[in-house]
Design a protein around this ligand. Structure first.
Ligand SMILES: [Cu+2]
Length: 155
């Protein structure tokens, strides 16, 4: 049992290293669009990022985490409204079925960026990597904006 725990810690490190390389087989099936992160007010060191994730492959894609060099901690969260109160909870596995798309948007699923090294201002671009269950990762640029970016999808 202990051996298994040590092993999974090792695998997490491997995921972090893979994230640094841009070559990825996932790039063929995962498309990240309308990617943006919310600009931070002065002094605030946490924010959220949003995007549309499309799986054009034949297998489900399972996202098990996220990483960004600009944040001390990055994870997938979901906001839920519970008795008029919004609460956020971590999402350990986000499955995108074959041919489906999942939208990360304010009030729902989002990428939580915590312990930011610097504030984010409009016009900046940041890199966020999505970590997949198969040890692959997919990195893309997110535009920093105050209230979202115009969607390419008009339908
Ligand atoms: Cu959150």
């Amino acid at each position: 049992m202990l051996k298994q725990l040590v092993m999974s810690a090792f695998q997490l490190q491997v995921i972090a290293v893979v994230c640094l390389s841009s070559a990825s087989a996932v790039a063929e099936t995962l498309t990240v669009s309308d990617a943006w992160a919310r600009a931070t007010p002065p002094g605030k060191r946490m924010t959220a990022a949003y995007a549309t994730l499309q799986n054009s492959g034949r297998q489900p894609l399972v996202i098990i985490g996220a990483a960004s060099s600009i944040a001390g901690a990055t994870s997938i969260h979901e906001t839920r409204i519970d008795r008029d109160r919004a609460t956020m909870s971590p999402v350990q596995r986000l499955t995108i079925e074959a041919g489906e798309r999942v939208t990360l948007q304010p009030g729902g699923l989002h990428i939580m960026l915590m312990h930011l090294k610097e504030g984010l201002s409009e016009g900046q671009n940041i890199d966020i990597c999505l970590e997949l269950e198969n040890n692959d990762s997919y990195c893309s640029a997110f535009a920093v904006a105050r209230n979202g970016i115009a969607s390419h999808h008009q339908h």
